[in-house]
Design a binder for this molecule. Structure first.
Ligand code: GUN
Length: 292
């Protein structure tokens, strides 16, 4: 069994990006600038957004964090997005999800200028992704592709089972694994809450990608020998022994599944850090495309 070490690979990618930024600086060019909007006070979302901003510093990007109260109306958020769309200094921005219930997420995502949509959530970018056109690929699926590629995991002709059909991970992942090329050329099954006999399907899988948010959901009996297991789950589980009062748990029963798998991502240190690295990569692309 080999660990797909997202922490290490994400550091490599950040080093590559930092080197690009140094070149930009040396040429007197403006460095990439990422902005992030967060609405409300959800602890986990605040942690993720802070990590994204910290990663910008690490590679030499400029960053702006915009915090809006949980009572923010859709109109107020749309106004802020319009400002960022029109601000020439901002190369890319994201609106951290989920949003409070008074705000329609699709309205918000559709109001982002597609050329600054570094999350790749705008329907135009999502459509381009589905049509194999060059675009921003959502950061978590992009990070998973990058991990598979850098470890040389074979995907062609393999059966990939994706668990969970979220717009952020499961749905785009199911499209990307079936696309032409590498990593891709895989036969994909997308499973969700209405799927029957899920274990019967997962035991047929060469590659399993779980994006469910249910701690320790995937058990050793649910996979075949030598399966590749990608765990996208990051659930906070209360833990008095931890100074934070919680620890992070994935969707996979790592202790047992890792004994059967050929490759596996740990949690933490697998997909999570890759998401941030690929958001930076998309921001660098946004900056480069603006100069064309
Ligand atoms: N919430 C969970 N993952 C993500 C992500 O990749 N981007 C945004 N904007 N919100 C998220």
């Amino acid at each position: 069994m080999q660990i797909l070490d997202g922490k290490k690979v994400s550091e490599d990618i950040k080093n590559e990006i930092a080197a690009e930024v140094q070149k930009m600086k040396a040429n007197g060019e403006k460095v990439p600038h990422l902005a992030a909007i967060i609405v409300g006070n959800d602890g986990a979302s605040l942690t993720y957004v802070s990590s994204k901003v910290k990663a910008c510093e690490r590679v030499g990007f400029e960053s702006t964090l915009i915090k809006m109260p949980s009572t923010t109306s859709e109109t107020e958020l749309l106004k802020k997005i319009k400002e960022l769309n029109e601000d020439d200094d901002i190369d890319g921005f994201i609106v951290q999800l989920p949003l409070p219930e008074q705000i329609d997420t699709q309205h918000i995502l559709m109001s982002i200028d597609p050329s600054k949509d570094v999350d790749g959530f705008h329907p135009e970018n999502f459509g381009k992704m589905a049509l194999d056109m060059s675009t921003f690929i959502p950061a978590t699926p992009f990070g998973i592709l990058e991990l598979l590629e850098r470890y040389g995991v074979e995907t062609q002709g393999k059966h990939t089972v994706v668990i969970g059909r979220s717009h952020i991970v499961g749905r785009p992942m199911s499209i990307l694994m079936g696309r032409k090329g590498f990593p891709g050329n895989s036969t994909v099954t997308l499973t969700h809450s209405f799927t029957k006999n899920i274990a019967q399907i997962t035991t047929q899988a060469d590659i399993i990608i779980t994006a469910l948010g249910v701690p320790n959901y995937l058990k050793a009996e649910m996979i075949k020998d030598d399966a590749v297991v990608i765990d996208v789950g990051i659930t906070r589980v209360a833990d008095e022994a931890d100074p934070r009062g919680y620890h992070i748990t994935g969707d996979v029963d790592f202790e047992h599944v890792s004994k059967k798998a050929s490759f596996i991502t740990p949690v933490p240190g697998g997909v999570g850090p890759m998401t941030i690295a690929m958001l930076l990569k998309n921001t660098l692309l946004a900056r480069e495309q603006k100069q064309l």
